[in-house]
Design a binder for this molecule. Structure first.
Ligand SMILES: Nc1nc2c(ncn2[C@@H]2O[C@H](COP(=O)(O)OP(=O)(O)OP(=O)(O)O)[C@@H](O)[C@H]2O)c(=O)[nH]1
Ligand SMILES: [Mg+2]
Ligand SMILES: [Zn+2]
Length: 368
């Protein structure tokens, strides 16, 4: 009998399950109608700009048209198509209908939980389709830069197979602490760009990253996603507003995701800011896959299913790597926080205290 590597079979099973999940996420459960709705190509497709409940606004032949979903799909438009989707449309008696959806290259989605419901497992919310590049927009100072938000977005984007860069906007307000946080990501090989829409810094550099791509701006409310979109478009078409003086939080000015073309073959999807990102539906053992810097360490832990969480320090090489300063403590803190969420364990801070007692004093730990 051939020797069967349990880990390999687990990996294969995992990747099949992952594909299936991705498919379902993109289009709900498989059925006949859905199959003939999806096509590989068509001669003259339109691109979904914005979806408002049952109305889809489509960029078609250089103009924006309002279209409805084919009746036999029997779903509301905003459950089926998302900004960035390519669609085949038909015009019957002055009414446009989305007759087919072109297969997607990617779909960005996140889990949305209802915090008022106990043990809510969450629903998947699709945000945009066919995204070539995601720009995680953060701001200096207003609202404060939270690395945990970047880490969670990196996980979600990696899970959706979408490459990501980080854009620190409001660099006119940048502090030394912000610079340290950004350095962590540069060291991970992630492209970091600094911009200021006020001082016109970095806009051309950002454009150079976005050219010939369908990009998306994601991030907290008030970081300047719409301001950056305006700067790139070269006008002030999109509404923006000041962050609140008291809480330093954004005002959730943008309410739906919208697609903008700023150059031939180059577009941006501006999205509404979100307050927090839920990753608690991820499998605990998979969380470390999203922290590539742990790769060289994790296999050396005593237990091969080590979560580098509550395992004893002596048995966990990752913890020792953090203690010796060779693994970024900020990223390990993010990792612990996510593990705490996934496992429903609130006292992850104790783990960090044990591994790096100095950390709390040195940084604004509580703020993160
Ligand atoms: N200091 C500074 N403020 C900026 C900069 N860019 C944008 N802002 C301000 O930040 C505030 C929020 O900008 P928005 O573009 O509305 O932010 P947003 O990310 O689109 O916010 P939501 O739509 O709520 O998600 C506005 O008052 C902008 O004028 C910048 O480079 N520097
Ligand atoms: Mg906005
Ligand atoms: Zn370990």
């Amino acid at each position: 009998m051939p020797h069967y590597n349990a880990y390999d079979s687990f990996k294969t099973k995992k990747s099949i399950e992952k594909k299936q999940r991705a498919k379902e996420r993109a289009f709900g459960k498989k059925n006949e109608t859905v199959d003939n709705f999806l096509i590989d190509s068509c001669e003259n497709y339109g691109v979904v700009i914005e979806v408002r409940y049952d109305d889809a606004y489509i960029l078609y032949d250089g103009e924006v048209v309002l279209a409805k979903l084919r009746k036999d799909i029997n779903l509301v438009c905003n459950q089926v198509v998302f900004p960035g989707d390519k669609v085949d449309i038909e015009k019957v008696n002055d009414t446009y209908t989305i007759s087919h959806l072109l297969n997607r290259t990617s779909i960005l989605s996140r889990t949305k939980k209802d915090s008022t419901r106990l043990n809510d497992v969450g629903t998947t919310k699709n945000i945009a389709s066919n995204v070539d590049l995601a720009v995680i927009v953060v701001a200096a100072k207003e609202p404060p830069l939270h690395p945990k938000f970047i880490d969670r977005y990196l996980m979600i984007l990696q899970n959706s197979n979408i490459p990501a860069i980080i854009c620190l906007n409001k660099c006119d307000l940048k502090t030394e602490e912000d610079e340290e946080i950004l350095e962590t990501y540069r060291n991970l090989g992630i492209y970091v760009i600094e911009t200021s829409t006020y001082s016109n810094i970095g806009i051309n550099e950002l454009k150079a990253q976005l050219i010939n791509k369908q990009a998306i701006f994601v991030g907290n409310s008030g970081v300047g996603k719409s301001s950056l979109t305006n700067a790139i478009m070269g006008d002030d078409e999109i509404k923006t507003s000041h962050v609140s003086d008291k809480s330093k939080r954004g005002r959730h000015t943008t309410t739906t995701s919208k697609y903008y073309v700023w150059e031939d073959n180059s577009s941006i999807i501006d999205t509404p800011g979100i307050r927090s990102l839920d990753v608690s539906t991820f499998n605990p053992i998979e969380i470390q896959d999203y922290f590539p810097e742990l790769e060289d360490w994790r296999d050396k832990c005593k237990y091969n299913d080590c979560l580098h969480f509550k395992e004893p320090y002596d048995c966990c090489i990752v913890k020792q790597g953090v203690a010796s300063g060779l693994i970024s403590i900020e990223r390990y803190e993010s990792y612990l926080r996510i593990m705490g969420d996934v496992l429903g364990e609130k006292d992850y801070e104790k783990v960090l205290d044990e591994v790096a007692p100095e950390f709390k004093k040195k940084t604004s730990f509580k703020k993160r």
